[in-house]
Ligand binder design. Structure first.
Ligand code: HEC
Ligand code: HEC
Length: 249
């Protein structure tokens, strides 16, 4: 009869555990601490992350706002995942584009950045460009601001006015206050991809039947860039700016 108590205790231990668990789970806030909403860093739903972090500037569904449309098919054709990830993670210093990666002082985890890159990529439409091959995202050759002034006259003056200070169809793009806040890359992206949502053509559409060459694009960006307000350490001299603008020295 010595084995009976042992048997009883073997049966009782799980019973006690079961009762304790049941009792505790009924105490609100003690064992039921699972939050109803996931903490911000756990959210990996693209729509939600994009809506909270990007839509305010780049527009709902990437359709464009104060900043360019990321769903623009030409933009998606020239910007690869590496470029989108880098800019989204590190931001663009000297412009309103913030750094989002935690590694760069932002709020988003690597997983969340991955979700953003995948989500933006999913906006791409394979046949959107027909057979056209757009110029590369990054300039392959340096631009010449003097040549760029002529390029500007050919391709841009019909809308932005003779000197870039605004015309009937588009506003000034040489204001110091504008140029001080945009990078050369953004100017390049806009010239290549346009802002179709605002009526700004892409690199094929400035002059009918005459697409801009890669060199034209680098040159016109160099011309715009040469008119940035002068700060110490700025790459272009005032002389060059004046001659680029076609003003007497
Ligand atoms: C406060 C406004 C603002 C917010 C918020 C913002 N952006 Fe931007 N973004 C900009 C501006 C302005 C630029 C252009 C910067 C420049 O001059 O190069 C830009 C540029 C970019 C570019 C590069 C475009 C190019 O061709 O150079 C990418 C990609 C981008 N943003 C992605 C994002 C993503 C993804 C988010 C959200 C996680 C986001 N942005 C949130 C303002 C914003
Ligand atoms: C058919 C008219 C048209 C032509 C041609 C044109 N643009 Fe524009 N552009 C626009 C419109 C419209 C906008 C947006 C509204 C505005 O700025 O008035 C714009 C906006 C821009 C912007 C500001 C984009 C931003 O979001 O910061 C830049 C930079 C620009 N254009 C550069 C150029 C350059 C350089 C050329 C020539 C290679 C050019 N554009 C040719 C109509 C045009």
């Amino acid at each position: 009869m010595k084995h009976r108590p042992a048997l009883v205790s073997v049966a009782i231990v799980p019973l006690i555990m079961l009762l304790t668990t049941a009792a505790c789970s009924r105490l609100p806030g003690v064992y039921r601490t699972e939050p109803a909403v996931a903490p911000p860093s756990e959210i990996v739903d693209f729509k939600q992350i994009y809506g909270q972090n990007c839509a305010g500037c780049h527009g709902v569904d990437g359709k464009g706002g104060a900043a360019i449309a990321l769903a623009n098919p030409v933009f998606l054709a020239i910007a690869d995942d590496t470029v989108i990830r880098r800019i989204c993670s590190d931001g663009v210093p000297g412009t309103p584009m913030p750094a989002f990666a935690q590694s760069a002082g932002g709020m988003l985890t690597d997983k969340q950045i991955d979700a953003i890159v995948r989500g933006i990529r999913s906006w791409q439409k394979p046949d959107a460009l027909l057979d056209a091959t757009p110029p590369t995202f990054t300039a392959q050759a340096p631009g010449d601001p003097k040549r760029g002034r002529d390029t500007y006259r050919t391709y841009c003056s019909s809308c932005h006015g003779a000197a870039g200070r605004g015309g009937n169809k588009a506003s000034s793009i040489v204001d110091g206050s504008y140029l001080a806040l945009v990078s050369d890359q953004l100017l390049r992206t806009v010239v290549i991809a346009g802002r179709p949502e605002l009526g700004a053509p892409d690199w094929r559409g400035d002059v009918e039947g005459k697409a801009m060459s890669a060199q034209d694009i680098s040159d016109v960006v160099a011309w715009l860039s040469s008119q940035r307000p002068q700060f110490p350490g700025q790459p272009y001299s005032t002389e060059l700016v004046k001659s680029a603008q076609g003003e007497p020295r």
